[in-house]
Design a protein around this ligand. Structure first.
Ligand code: AVI
Length: 318
């Protein structure tokens, strides 16, 4: 390989702020990388594949709740809202609600801007009468909507229990930011995963095919691209398991052997078995989920669950 080619492969592609965030996480005593870095274009596709897995119950359980109670949800919410889809991905969940909610405008927000662009283009062809906007934003830290997003009756749509990827304190702060962007007619339709037996939870985050492992490991390739790092994916293994005391799934990447990693502006040695914490996925009891929304400034009006009580969809008004 020529020197110029090597230099090219180690060039970082992230902003100074993202580089600083990654650098701090990789240097921390217990190394950690934010789960938002799971979602480059390949990561988003791997997450879509996870949603198809028999072990990953949240997607199909939530879908059952929407199928069974969608009409009731539409009555509780009313028509003509500005539907703001947080973490829209392939936009499929929101699209299923269009015939029920008849939104006047659809605003899809996702950190993976390229993936979102393709999704919106496809969707606009199916629903040409709905005004659509895609915003490539990291809404985990700030949520200020541009003036092009209609103010009246904003309905935030936050399915899939993505709120579980925030620690409860961050979740409250996030909800308050969403509440601040709503007028009094606005609201939130949110999916929240509920506490259940740990065997079901463990299987959902460590599936037999190894798709979740690929999703987690792909983060290292993404960091190589963003931070000019030299992670070798084969030196790491996936770990995903329920921590009952913390009521959360924890995902880690564990070094298979002693190794060292270099990135733009830093380097670190990892001992065999040392871990990088990549994601938490908090699970709530139903009453705690309602309480969380209240602490975030929303009032729950209805809670819908599946027969086993594994997952809840909640409508809350501002
Ligand atoms: C996006 N989020 C709600 C998923 C979850 O279940 O926490 C991400 C995920 N991580 C591993 N599998 C799925």
């Amino acid at each position: 390989m020529s020197t110029s080619c090597l230099t090219e492969s180690k060039r970082p592609h992230a902003s100074a702020a993202v580089l600083a965030e990654l650098d701090a996480g990789l240097r921390a005593t217990s190394a950690c990388i934010s789960p938002k870095f799971l979602y480059d274009a390949l990561g988003s596709r791997l997450f879509e594949a996870i949603c198809e897995l028999p072990e990953y119950y949240p997607t199909r359980t939530e879908a059952t709740i929407f199928e069974r109670h969608g009409a009731e949800m539409a009555r509780a919410i009313g028509a003509g809202a500005t539907l703001i889809d947080l973490g829209a991905g392939n936009c499929a969940k929101a699209a299923r609600l269009f015939p029920l909610l008849h939104p006047s405008q659809y605003v899809a927000i996702d950190i993976s801007a390229d993936f979102l662009r393709e999704s919106i283009e496809r969707l606009q062809q199916r629903f040409p009468h709905i005004e659509m906007t895609g915003l490539g934003l990291d809404f985990s830290t700030a949520l200020e909507l541009p003036d092009t997003v209609r103010q009246q009756k904003r309905l935030f749509f936050y399915p899939g229990s993505s709120i579980g990827n925030f620690a409860p304190e961050q979740a409250r702060a996030f909800l308050r930011r969403a509440r601040a962007e709503c007028d009094d007619d606005g609201g939130l339709l949110i999916g929240i995963d509920l506490v259940k037996d740990s065997a079901t939870l463990d299987a959902a985050y460590d599936d037999a095919l190894g798709v979740t492992a690929a999703f987690n490991l792909n983060m290292l390739r993404h960091i190589n691209h963003l931070a000019g790092a030299d992670f070798d994916v084969r030196q790491w293994r996936h770990s995903g398991a329920y921590n009952g005391a913390e009521q959360r799934i924890e995902m880690h990447l564990e070094a298979r052997e002693a190794l060292s990693v270099r990135w733009h502006g830093g380097e670190r040695a990892f001992a065999r078995g040392e871990r990088i914490h990549t994601e938490n996925s908090y699970k709530y009891r139903q009453s705690d989920a309602v309480g969380l929304l209240e602490q975030g400034g929303f009032q729950a009006t209805r809670v819908w669950t599946d027969a086993a009580g594994w997952f809840a969809v909640i409508h809350a008004r501002a």
